[in-house]
Design a protein around this ligand. Structure first.
Ligand SMILES: Cc1cc2nc3c(=O)[nH]c(=O)nc-3n(C[C@H](O)[C@H](O)[C@H](O)COP(=O)(O)OP(=O)(O)OC[C@H]3O[C@@H](n4cnc5c(N)ncnc54)[C@H](O)[C@@H]3O)c2cc1C
Length: 239
């Protein structure tokens, strides 16, 4: 059985950035993802051009600032100009990162769930959902919010009271028409964050234009979501 230098589990930005960086240093990397190539993940997809390391991506939507709307007795709209960012759809961004990882020589195993990890003679042995085994010198678990493997290695669970819960949607939308109205009113192409109001406590509602899509959603602390106030807030936010 071949012994890899590094095994990475999860093809989110964490797993792919790790794989690409390691492969560029000459390591022999294997990357596992339980879902298919080009998988989507619900996400606002807001980033900065600096973080993305590009001036533009053909599927990205360039933004120039934030609009914060703070509800209370008054509504305050503040646009912070000059913050160049980009919104992306995660299915597009993650696909490009996956292709980049493969072109750097990373061996990519899609639709392959890692179900077991053991350490033996200073080597890590991973087992997938088909019973195949893989050996590696090092392991990075980049499984996002999925804790099963992390817990199996004896790490503590994430404290529940610090977790959030979100509702959101991303649909085809003529954002250019909407953005033209915002540009007329505020002079920039913003992404929007709505704090408080519409029944939201300890969280916020967002409206992120993307290329040909609109992404709207609401995130709150899980402890607040349990109080059941937020379904009403989400409905009001969508309206
Ligand atoms: C509603 C919402 C809005 C957000 N908006 C933004 C935003 O605007 N800008 C921003 O920068 N961030 C945003 N984020 C955060 C961002 O989505 C996450 O920080 C990011 O996706 C985390 O990346 P990751 O690589 O850690 O994990 P993930 O992207 O979650 O990827 C983990 C991967 O591991 C795979 N996996 C899990 N277990 C296994 C296993 N056993 N075997 C094989 N594969 C496995 C999963 O299928 C998944 O593909 C948002 C998050 C949410 C929920």
């Amino acid at each position: 059985m071949a012994v890899y230098d590094l095994a990475v589990v999860g093809v989110g930005p964490g797993g792919m950035a790790t794989s690409i960086a390691a492969a560029r240093q000459g390591l022999n990397v294997i990357l596992f993802e339980k879902r298919e190539k080009g998988r989507d993940k619900y996400c606002g997809g807001g980033s900065t051009l600096k973080t993305l390391g590009v001036d533009e991506l053909d599927f990205g939507f360039v933004t120039e600032g934030y609009g914060f709307v703070i509800h209370g007795e008054h509504i305050l709209v503040t646009a912070i100009k000059g913050h160049m960012g980009m919104t992306v759809r995660r299915c597009d961004l993650d696909k490009v990162l996956m292709e980049r990882a493969e072109s750097e020589g990373v061996e990519f195993k899609e639709k392959t769930e890692v179900v077991g990890i053991k350490e033996k003679n200073n080597e890590i042995v991973l087992m997938d959902d088909r019973g195949e085994k893989y050996k590696s010198r090092y392991l990075v678990l980049a499984t996002g919010m999925e804790e099963r493997l992390i817990l199996s290695l004896g790490f503590p669970p994430l404290p529940r009271e610090t977790l959030g819960q979100c509702w959101g949607t991303e649909k085809p939308y003529d954002v250019n028409e909407q953005v033209a109205k915002w540009r007329k009113e505020y002079g920039i192409t913003p992404i929007w964050i709505f704090m408080g109001g519409v029944g939201i406590s300890y969280g916020y509602f967002w409206v992120f234009p993307k290329k040909g899509f609109m992404n709207v959603g609401m995130g709150v602390l899980i402890t607040e979501a349990k109080r059941g106030l937020h379904e009403k807030g989400y409905k009001a936010g969508l309206e």
